[in-house]
Design a protein around this ligand. Structure first.
Ligand code: GLC
Length: 763
């Protein structure tokens, strides 16, 4: 049933896209000659036929390009961009017969006049990126597209959550949030839209963010091996060009533009257990006891759709959960947080409070004639909140009060592409109108941001109702910038080695697209993993920020103790490792919230100049200091690891290696290969059964010697509130100084006013 749904939707999507390209190819029009231009501080306005080009120099390394094909710009609004005011950098504009040159201290934009084509160069005049000369910026009725030259040795990364391999050269990518269970490497699009990518050429990177919410596509040399292109079926050519040369600098700038992840509650970094469903109070208590009795740490248990009364959001199935508050109180005392699923579809039932109040407050999407859109999801016929309307977001958020009072603390936003079962396009009808912040536009413009705005309504609503705690939201669908509200998981994967392997590049590309809080369903959602596959997936899960196991309905139990004693012991050790490393993991997430650098980093991202990593998606960095080499194939007890230049220590044995080489390492069934960068100072703690067990005692710093000196920062706060924003945190730097006789450690003065609970420090 699920597969059929996926296939029919794929067919309808590919029909839509091929019809689009067939219909349109013939009438493409490209930007013509430049007729005039004006320049005011950091903005240039260029006239070319009927088209107007606006170029905004936002920073030394960031230029915005916006083209109105008919000379009229629509209102300048973005769901992704949060930083609108930039301090204009020093800009030099020179004009000649042939071109206009706009130069900052780091980057030049050369605007060719006959015809209008763009070229970006670095300070030394080396070309970073240029329009394809015959097409450049083009349009055809409502469709817009930009063609670029594709150098021989340039590679492409990012694009958010995409199935398939890490390096996207020679691939075609589309953006249309889609519910495709059991997707495989060729399935595209899937759940999320992040129209942001990196081009990397001999270690030098640039970035492009195409901020257009319509159905869009990126052809990275699949159609033509010497060109790539990106465009959308409507909307503007509106892109931001970032220059590195390091990928990290680009991500830092990108997350300055679209915002950074708020610091998550510490408990959300513990182990999370889910399935469709734990359908009764008895079963939920049994699962909780299952963890505690076996001494397997766990922080979160999820309730999937069956906790509700007939899948009505914001209600309880009173028969199966007679006293949710009592259940949650008891589980909270035992160190658990309970998370619930919330889907956007509101059952069209005139006796249901959310449907009644939603109608009364006019929050649901409608056709242009005012008729409500009704489509089928789990509850049967449903109305859909218009999350692009402020009033609807407020209404949605306020509805969380009863669940919050019951003690629920986690908010799993699902089906929010949105997925609709009985419509040919499998989503809200395309002519349905959304408020779109007062612009009143159709679903084609709002589809890709629907899920993101749902998470916004959830995050803001929960924060409003529970201001003393950091909300934890998890989502399936999203758009660029959605990480400001929610973590994300990669939807309905399968219990196969192929999906375990594919989850690594998916999570890496999503991570470098601005979303640092990510994970895949451990063990695979659809199907049943062998004990070995589950154990290997769990080991990888230690090094994915979201560590959540999940299972489809009507499948055998997949909890970590369901595979026999040998695997129960291995899985316990694995989850223990996660909890041992929590201080490090919390610091990695803190860094992501401050700098935008994600927890999971492709080797290429960390070491762009090392050509060995151009295609490598089988190992990755977790934070600054841990190199993770997961086992992704069956019956494997050793694997190759490519160590970057420098020195590395085997986390398990302490053995020191010189980098710049491939090595073969042991990977017995109970162990994921992990290497620590020389110079690291890794904070760890004792194993606890949940993160609310305190104090962390002792807090241990393991020093990995390096030549001369290294410094690391240690951060801590109460893990739950927003008090850190007012300075209530504990931060200090630790340095190691290495001489031939001894290693000396020095600690900086403590910054911040938070005093951690009493504890021993161990080194
Ligand atoms: C969707 C979700 C899955 C969930 C199921 C039932 O398939 O992706 O995680 O368990 O719906 O709610």
């Amino acid at each position: 049933m699920i597969r059929n749904r996926a296939i029919s939707f794929l067919i309808s999507l590919s029909l839509l896209t091929s019809t689009l390209s067939l219909l349109s190819r013939a009438q493409w029009q490209s930007a013509s000659n430049v007729e005039s231009f004006s320049h005011n501080k950091n903005q240039l306005s260029v006239q070319s036929g009927n088209a107007t080009l606006h170029v905004n120099i936002l920073a030394e390394d960031l230029i915005r390009v916006r083209l109105a094909t008919n000379g009229v710009f629509p209102p300048d609004m973005s769901w992704a961009v949060v930083k609108k005011e930039w301090q204009a950098p020093q800009v030099n504009v020179t004009d000649s017969q042939k071109e206009i040159i706009v130069a900052t201290n780091e980057l030049s934009l050369i605007i060719n006049k006959q015809p209008l084509r763009l070229k970006f160069t670095d300070k030394a005049g080396n070309i970073i990126n240029e329009d394809e000369p015959t097409k450049g910026m083009s349009w055809n009725e409502s469709e817009v597209r930009v063609w670029k030259k594709m150098p021989l040795d340039e590679y492409y990364y990012g694009f958010g959550e995409k199935a398939g391999r890490f390096n996207r050269r020679w691939t075609h990518i589309s953006m249309w949030n889609s519910d495709i269970p059991a997707y495989d490497a060729d399935t595209d699009p899937i759940y999320q839209t992040h129209p942001f990518f990196y081009g990397v050429n001999k270690g030098k990177a640039y970035g492009i963010f195409f901020d257009n919410t319509y159905w869009s596509s990126f052809d990275m040399g699949k159609e033509n091996r010497s060109q790539y292109s990106f465009g959308a079926e409507a909307g503007e050519i509106n892109y931001y060009f970032f220059y590195g040369p390091s990928p990290k600098k680009i991500l830092s700038r990108y997350t300055e533009l679209v915002g950074r992840m708020p610091l998550p509650p510490r408990w959300s970094l513990g182990y999370q257990q889910c399935r469709w469903s734990y359908p009764t109070e008895t079963r939920v208590r049994e699962i909780a006891k299952g963890f505690r009795d076996r001494r397997i740490p766990c922080d979160v248990i999820y309730l999937d759709i069956d906790y509700m009364d007939g899948y009505r959001i914001f209600t309880w199935n009173k028969k199966n959960f007679p006293n949710p508050k009592k259940m949650i109180d008891d589980l909270t005392k035992d160190g658990f947080k309970i998370a619930v699923i919330v889907d956007p579809g509101i059952k069209a039932d005139t006796t249901y409070h959310a449907f009644k109040s939603g109608n009364a407050q006019d929050v649901f999407v409608k056709y242009p004639d005012g008729k409500p859109f009704i489509g089928k999801v789990w509850p049967g016929e449903c109305a859909f909140p218009d999350f692009t309307k402020e009033r609807a977001r407020k209404w949605w958020g306020d509805n969380f009060s009863t669940l919050i009072e019951s003690g629920i603390r986690g908010w799993w936003n699902d089906m929010n592409e949105p997925s609709v079962f009985d419509v040919p396009t499998k989503t809200i009808d395309l002519d349905v109108i959304h408020d779109d912040s007062g612009l009143k536009t159709g679903h084609t413009k709002n589809h890709n941001i629907y899920g993101m705005q749902m998470t916004r309504a959830t995050y803001d609503g929960v924060k409003r109702l529970l201001p003393a705690e950091r909300p934890f939201v998890l989502t399936r669908a999203s758009y660029a910038g959605g990480h400001r509200y929610s973590s994300a998981w990669t939807g309905d994967n399968t219990s196969t080695w192929r999906d375990l392997e594919m989850s690594v590049p998916m999570l890496l590309n999503l991570s470098i697209s601005g979303q640092p809080f990510v994970g895949a369903d451990i063990g695979g959602f659809i199907g049943y993993p062998s004990g070995e596959l589950f154990a290997r997936w769990l080991q990888l899960g230690v090094f994915t920020p979201l560590m959540r196991a999940h299972s489809v309905i009507n499948e055998k139990n997949k909890e970590p103790w369901e595979y026999g004693d040998e695997f129960t012991n291995i899985n316990r050790e694995t989850i223990n490792l996660r909890y041992t490393l929590l201080p490090y993991i919390y610091n990695v997430m803190y860094q992501a919230s401050v700098t935008g650098m994600p927890a999971m980093r492709p080797m290429m991202f960390e070491y762009p100049e090392d050509g060995n990593f151009t295609w490598n998606d089988e190992q990755f960095m977790f934070g600054d200091d841990l190199l993770i080499a997961p086992v992704l194939t069956p019956s494997t007890t050793e694997r190759n690891v490519r160590l970057p230049e420098g020195f590395w220590y085997d986390y398990w044995t302490g053995q020191k290696y010189k980098g710049g080489n491939d090595i073969k390492v042991d990977a017995p069934l109970n162990r994921i290969p992990v290497f620590v960068k020389a110079g690291a100072i890794i904070p760890t703690q004792q194993v606890v059964q949940s993160t609310n067990q305190s104090p962390i005692d002792p807090l241990t710093f393991t020093v990995y010697p390096t030549k001369l000196q290294s410094t690391r920062t240690y951060y801590e706060d109460d893990g739950i509130s927003f008090e850190y924003e007012k300075g209530k945190y504990f931060r200090r730097t630790i340095s190691q100084w290495n001489s031939s006789q001894a290693i000396t450690l020095t600690l900086s003065k403590v910054e911040g006013s938070y005093t951690p609970p009493g504890r021993m420090l161990a080194v």
